[in-house]
Design a protein around this ligand. Sequence first.
Ligand SMILES: [Cu+2]
Length: 371
Amino acid sequence: MNKYRAPGMSMRKVTLFVWMIFINAFLVVFALPALNAALVMILIDRMLDAHFFTPASGGSALLWQNYFWLFGHPEVYILVLPAFGVISEVIPVFSKKVIYGYGFLAVSTVAIAFLSYGVWIHHMFATGLSFVILDVFAATSMLIAVPTGIKIFNWIATMWGGSIRFTTAMLFATAFLIQFTVGGLSGVTFAAVPIDWQLTDSYFVVAHIHYVLLGGTLFGMFAGTYYWFPKVTGRLLSEKIGRLHFWLMVIGFNGTFFGMHLLGALGMPRRAYTFISRPSFDHLQLISSLFAFLLAASILVFVWNVVVSLRKGAVAGDNPWGGWTLEWAASSPPMVENFDRVPPIRGRRPLWDLAHSAPGRRTTGTGEVET
Ligand SMILES: [Cu+2]
């Protein structure tokens, strides 16, 4: 007997969160070896006096960059795909609509996974490679924006016309959409070689990666935390403290990192060991530093929320959000083995199907089942 998927749960019916984690596993398996190989080589260089990366002795410093970024670019997708999965669950539930373009969301992620191994040179545009190489990798780097754009449109289309409930989870998912799009668009600018030459190794890159990994991944993780915390612990996180957490974080995050786009465009280099004081930099740096404290404060508010809610939070029940996916049929927290009886799976929304199509059952209107 298949103990891992419920009967009827085909690959076309599993949730998009599962799809994202599934594809992510392939990314991890194929990206990490490049980093491991590079680390072993540098270890041999340092410990056994080899010369993989020392040009003076016939090695190649660029070889390190090739290995590192062959890992490094897919790594960004490794970090962001789980967040894609989270918001693909959160947005439909709080928009009261089925996810728009399930197949496109899954297939575009497969496309991202493949393409992510063919774009790494965009991290090395300023290293003096031939124009043919630059052109090829500029093209692949622009191409990878297409499947990502498809996803953004799918999520927006899911929200479009829905009756949206801005719970804390949904607020984080919405901020993810906006901020990740900003990070994605600044990323596309690097695919244009002349713009990359101008902005590489500047604070513009720092702004870009923080919009992807904090504005994207971190906000997605918080959306997931507020969404599944009641399932895991049996108690809801406070929505009131959650909102405070969210707004402090949105303001703190954007205040800290948005100005870095401007700093980079003004020429402030990254990887400087100390602040480079220039009249044009100073104000923006000060603003950045001040908002960073706000960002840190928002994390403390979240910790406060967890501590308070674990002890005194509202009891969640099985399905506090009116979700349709299988986890909301289990008790909160789930018992060992999750279910008394494995529910039959007919579609992508098992709980909705259970409520609407099974004979002798009526729905309460919230996706729960009366027998
Ligand atoms: Cu990259």
